[in-house]
Every structure is written in structure tokens, then in C-alpha cells.
Design a protein around this ligand. Structure first.
Ligand code: SF4
Length: 375
């Protein structure tokens, strides 16, 4: 299995919590698309398997004109083998998705949408500085269904200051009304290089306390599981058979190629990180050089990445794999700690695989950190 990620580094406006790489200067779409096509050509030998997933993320890929998306997807099909059943996902914001645009996306070959709804409450959307309002969110979901997009994911954020228990519950009930095949939901984190980060530093923003945020996460798990969704990764839920194949391949450590400024690539022994600057990226690609830094993964890096990613998933951390492939006996190293997790009903071991229980998922990052080996 191999995947391709394409980073579209433009947004209409900066959401106050976001530290992804993007620019709100939208004048260089064409130049950027040409550079992306060139990088696709330059990197065509990075993967040695056909593509089973293509993911256009960002930034905001739905800002691109359908002709620009066509250009990118055609370049992928020209330079790479793409399996006929490949999952092709596009991240989209509600304010970009008209019925006409949705139909054009389908014609271009996009077969999965990940829609940044985040909330159905105007006060919350304004607080986050999203470009859409609640009506646009609703309209877009109706249009998505009406144009035959069966496979779409709704993104929602919880743990936002001002997001009451009642609003969060109403948000989830409303989201379920659109029968999405997939829901991704993350707790708001305050990142340093964002408007929220600066406000927080100046004492002008107080994050939600851990207790109420954990209760919102618990409600999220309960209502979605009750509605028939599989909780297959800490922040991801799907109807049976509708896992995000692309994101699952990250968590299963399949190789992937990342194209575009700030995109990462991974080939199981190293990671590459493209430069996080649009102008530098375009200039360098035009000169025929991919501007990236590389990190060779050590045994310790591989063990820690494996623990961190797999413990967040429903398939869990295969301790036999760690032993046979990376010579790491997790059970022996952390015998007492793992026993304690089991006594406290935070984890179970099934066929040599360590899995977190519902309660364990509340502490996933802390447990993974405790199990890691010194780097
Ligand atoms: S959250 Fe999405 S739309 Fe908002 S700034 Fe970040 S990448 Fe752009």
C-alpha cells in the first residue's frame, strides 16, 4: 500500500487555532500548481508501489479551481500508477462547496470529501475565525448529499472555551442527522504560533479545563458508538468499511509521498520534510531542486513512532511485531506498568496486542509517552 499527499498551501483567512502551513495571499495558485506538477515529476521514483490513496490537504484544496485540480490529478495519473479503486480525498471548507463545484469534483475523480464543519453555532465559528457560518455548513452538507457524494467526513472541534455541554451535544446530534460515513473530531489545542497562542500568552484566552474537555470526549465516543460508528482511532470514527484509507496507512506505517510546501514523506527508514515557505518552495522547484530536510529514523524513533500511533488505534500495539522487527520487548520493559493499566481497566492484551479500553483512550498520549524508549 502506498499513498500520495498533496499540500495546497492557501486559505481564505487564518483560523485562530491553526498552525498548519498556509498563506492567505491567494495570488499564486497557478504558479503553485505548476510547481506541484514539477515536484510530482521529480519525485516519481520515490514510491515503488501503485497508489491506493491520494489525499489533497492543506490549507484549503477546495479553494482551487476545478481546472487546477484536474491539472494536478492528471499529473498524478501521468507519473504514477494509480489503482482503479484508489481513494481520492479532498479537504474542503463549506464556503467553497457549491453544487456546481461538487459536481465538478466528482467528474475530476474525487470520491471522498473531508469537510471542515467544526461547529453549527455561529458564535463558536466566529470565535474560531472560520470563514463560514452555520447556514453555510448546513447548506454544504445538504448539497454534498444531493450531488451523490456518499463518502464524506465531517470535522468537528470540541474543548473550545464557550462550547457548553448542551451546544456540543446539539452539534453531534445535528452532524449525525446528515448521516456522514466518517467523523473526525479533535480537541482544541492552543498552538504557540497562532492567534490563540498569542492571546493565551498574554492571559487573554483561557483554554477549557481538562475535566470538561474530557467529558466532551466521552460524550463524543458514547453517542457515535451508539449510532453505529467504529471508534478506530482516538479522533476518528466511521461506519463499517469507511475508514479513511489514507490516514490509516499513516497509522499502519505504509510508505507515502508528500508533495508541496511543508509536506512530509516517509519510506519506512527516513522522513523528508519539504520547506514551509511558498515562495522558497516555488523558486527551488523551478530550479529543479526539491527543498527538503531528511531525518534517518533510528531504531528508537521507529519503536516510539510505532507505540505512539498504534496505541491510538483500535487495532492496537502489536508487541510481537515490536519484538520480532525492532527487538523491543515492551512487556518485559514495562511489566509492572502494563499490569497496572490492566488492573485499572485502561488497557487489555489480546493475542499479544496491547489495546486501550474506552477509559484508557482518555489517557492515550500519556500512556504512549510512558511506554516509549529513551531516544
Ligand atoms: S483550519 Fe483549515 S481553513 Fe483554517 S486556517 Fe487552518 S488550514 Fe486554513
Amino acid at each position: 500500500m502506498a499513498g500520495l499527499y498533496l499540500h495546497i498551501p492557501f486559505c481564505k483567512q487564518a483560523c485562530y487555532y491553526c498552525d498548519f502551513h498556509f498563506s492567505t495571499d491567494n495570488r499564486s495558485h497557478r504558479e503553485m500548481c505548476e510547481a506541484l506538477v514539477l515536484e510530482l515529476q521529480l519525485q516519481k521514483n520515490y514510491l515503488d508501489k501503485p497508489l491506493q490513496t491520494i489525499y489533497l490537504g492543506g490549507g484549503t484544496p477546495s479553494l482551487l479551481h476545478p481546472k487546477e485540480l484536474d491539472l494536478l490529478l492528471n499529473a498524478i495519473r501521468t507519473h504514477y500508477k494509480v489503482t482503479p479503486t484508489a481513494e481520492i480525498t479532498l479537504e474542503a471548507n463549506p464556503d467553497d462547496l457549491t453544487r456546481e463545484k461538487l459536481s465538478e469534483l466528482r467528474l475530476a475523480g474525487v470520491n471522498r470529501l473531508s469537510i471542515g464543519i467544526q461547529s453549527f453555532t455561529n458564535d463558536i465559528l466566529r470565535f474560531l475565525h472560520r470563514a463560514h457560518d452555520a447556514n453555510a455548513a448546513r447548506q454544504c452538507l445538504e448539497d454534498t448529499r444531493a450531488t451523490g457524494f456518499d463518502n464524506f467526513s465531517i470535522d468537528l472541534i470540541y474543548g473550545i472555551p464557550g462550547l457548553t455541554k448542551k451546544i456540543w451535544e446539539e452539534t453531534l446530534v445535528e452532524a449525525l442527522g446528515y448521516e456522514p460515513k466518517h467523523i473526525s473530531s479533535y480537541a482544541l489545542t492552543i498552538e504557540d504560533r497562532t492567534v490563540f497562542g498569542h492571546r493565551h500568552k498574554r492571559g487573554k484566552l483561557h483554554p477549557m479545563e481538562e475535566g470538561p474537555a474530557a467529558l466532551q470526549f466521552e460524550f463524543l465516543m458514547d453517542i457515535l458508538v451508539e449510532a453505529g460508528y467504529e471508534h478506530y482511532e482516538i479522533s476518528n470514527f466511521c461506519k463499517p468499511g469507511y475508514h479513511s484509507k489514507h490516514n490509516s496507512s499513516y497509522w499502519r506505517r505504509s510508505p507515502y509521498l508528500g508533495i508541496g510546501p511543508s509536506a512530509h514523506s516517509y519510506n519506512q527508514s527516513s522522513r523528508q520534510f519539504n520547506v514551509r515557505n511558498n515562495a522558497l518552495y516555488i523558486r527551488s522547484i523551478k530550479e529543479g531542486t526539491i527543498p527538503f530536510e531528511m531525518e534517518i529514523l533510528t531504531r528508537e524513533n521507529k519503536i516510539n513512532e510505532y507505540i505512539l500511533t498504534t496505541l491510538r488505534t483500535s487495532w492496537g500495539c502489536d508487541m510481537n511485531f515490536l519484538k520480532s522487527e525492532l527487538n523491543e520487548d515492551l512487556l518485559q520493559r514495562h511489566e509492572q506498568y502494563i499490569s497496572r493499566l490492566m488492573v485499572q481497566s485502561l488497557a487489555v492484551i489480546q493475542d499479544g496486542t496491547l489495546k486501550l479500553t474506552r477509559n484508557g483512550k482518555l489517557f492515550a498520549d500519556k500512556i504512549a509517552e510512558d511506554l516509549m524508549v529513551p531516544a
